[in-house]
Design a protein around this ligand. Structure first.
Ligand code: AMP
Length: 170
């Protein structure tokens, strides 16, 4: 199956000049969705992953089923003010804009083996913020897994030393 065919490119969304990679067209296709989740999880099946961490919102749609397949827990990363209990936060820059992310303080047991999953790696800002928070809580980042990587934005460069899986590259 060609997963690339299932991704819709939307020019100039959410602002001029951005080629938005829309994964809703992949998610709504049962076979493509299952294939993508299995391909993301497979490299980590023997890695004793305790927790999959996914940033909102598309990191939930992709990360939670990967956690299920790996028999791991799922921990959400959210925009400020959304998580109800005590949090830590981290400021980061996006391909389009700046933001902060939060994680519950008690979400990761020190020494946990963590896989970070998101739909797309662009500049790597979101992922680096997530890595920093996981590590601050004492988690060990075992891998970073994405459906899509925009290679021209060099997100990998800032994430050197981490194991990265990307199913589709543009
Ligand atoms: P970055 O922090 O620059 O690596 O951006 C990654 C995050 O922003 C991911 O959570 C994506 O969902 C979203 N994102 C960034 N650029 C795009 C794009 N061109 N198409 C779709 N989503 C994007």
């Amino acid at each position: 199956m060609d997963l690339r065919e299932k991704i819709r490119n939307v020019p100039n969304f959410p602002q001029q000049g951005i080629q938005f990679k829309d994964i809703t067209t992949l998610l709504k296709d049962g076979k493509a969705f299952r294939t993508a989740i299995d391909l993301l999880a497979t490299p980590y099946k023997e890695q004793n992953i305790d927790i999959v961490v996914g940033p909102e919102a598309r990191g939930f749609a992709v990360g939670a089923p990967v956690a299920y397949v790996l028999d791991a827990g799922f921990v959400p990363i959210r925009k400020p003010g959304k998580l109800p209990a005590a949090t830590i936060s981290y400021q980061y820059s996006l391909e389009y804009g700046k933001d902060a992310l939060e994680i519950h303080k008690d979400a990761i047991e020190p020494g946990s083996r963590v896989l970070i999953v998101d739909d797309l790696l662009a500049t790597g800002g979101t992922t680096m913020a997530t890595v920093k928070m996981v590590e601050q809580l004492g988690g060990k980042v075992v891998g970073l897994a994405f459906l899509i990587e925009l290679t021209c934005l060099n997100g990998r460069q800032g994430l050197a030393g981490y194991d990265i899986t990307a199913l589709i590259q543009y």
